[in-house]
Design a protein. Sequence first.
Length: 266
Amino acid sequence: MTHSRSLLTKEWYKVPLCVDCPSCGAQTRSAGIVVGPSSLIGDPVDSAENDILTRTPALLDGFAFVETLSGRTQNIERFVVNRFHSIFAFRNDCLMPICEHCTEGLAPPTIRSSVMNGFVRLGQRRLLVNERVLIFASNAVLTEFRGGTSIEETDFPYPDYAVVLVCDTESPGGDSGTLELWHSIACNDYAILVRGHDGREVLRDAVNDDLASVVATVSDLGLVLTQLHLAQASSPYCALARDLFLKALGDAGYQQEYQEADHADL
């Protein structure tokens, strides 16, 4: 099944391929992108670019070959094109794999079967790596498929994590929501949950090695943090998490208006 969707994900895989280029005829190495089950999809509307707190997301709940990506081009250029500049480029404002020889775009029908078959084959051998960086596109053409693979959905187990901070947040369009910061002492990493104004879960982002990567995700989503609360006001661990998070925000250029014992305005 092929559909146009908005796409928000930090679970995607760069699948290597080798095909004959239709433009120059040479055999070329390139890659395609497959997104995983934890990806959030919605209607491909322009407002999805900014107001993620008003979106009604749904889990992809499977794997999909990315035919094209468009919208949020700065985000895609930063996290895809600039990292893999010899493999991907924009053609007519859409992200496409390119030939290593003539740099012409490789149309989806040229690589689709190679990418999907390669994903299943390499996934079974655990030879693919989740890139774990944000892709946020207002229009993505996805071809969903299912196949035997050992790759599992990106998630975090609640028993190993505890929520330490809750931040009131706003989207650029003025819609409100919350961001929860979770921490696992056992795994020594952080996770965030972003919720809309009605409490529904908009984004779950696990396996952040440090708070700088959490702050980078908040910035990439275009969210404004308005107030920070301790999950447990009497907990010294929550207070320490607040201080560390405020420092990470300050290092990224956020400014703090004032701080009290259990909350701070940002």
